[in-house]
Design a protein around this ligand. Sequence first.
Ligand code: DX5
Ligand code: ZN
Length: 221
Amino acid sequence: MKQKLVIAPSVLSLDYSKVSEQLKELNETRAEWMHFDVMDGHFVPNLTFGPDILKGFKKAVDMVMDVHIMVSDPKFYAPIFIKAGADIVTFHYEAVEDVEECVTLCQTIRALGAKAGVSVRPNTSIEPLLPYLHEMDLFLVMSVEPGFGGQSFMENQLEKVRKLRAYIDEHALSTRIEIDGGINAETAKLAVAAGCDTLVAGSYIFKQNLHEAVKSLLCEE
Ligand code: DX5
Ligand code: ZN
């Protein structure tokens, strides 16, 4: 079932010369989730935040902490970020051995009290994961190669969104479909039409007025 549209601003694009001002402003927008990108410099060629930053951000806002871990060792890091306050932990299918290990990690995340998300890079097929969507609270389709903000939207990834939407609806699941990378007011419409219910946006939101940017992504007429 398709759920209410949620906007998840990615703090990767926050202006780090004025963090507290930006967090305060973000908290007052209609965005309900904060998308927190963890990169280990190994799974992707970029380094970002550790658990202490998450703890601090969580204190500063009243938002769902949507933590996307782009790391080579998700089994090690998932519990660390849950302890630091993650409400949702999304890890990469490419970073685990196989589907079985992927399902086991989802179960571990849920057992630790968080929601479990699985993500795939643009070149990874989603077919092997479809029968296990009931083990996932969220499926994150990457519409850019993970690692950096500000890249262009890969429209061909919407095919995955359509397949996920069909499977989720057919099996009456409540798994959310999130999309991440190159989202702006135009691509948001395409993503929602394909079946997404959760939109991550970084550079589009933080390069303008945050309220207006979030509002423009809500796809309201
Ligand atoms: C990229 C990250 C994204 C990034 C999106 O690896 O996962 O969350 O912040 O940035 P934009 O919206 O600028 O493409
Ligand atoms: Zn992300």
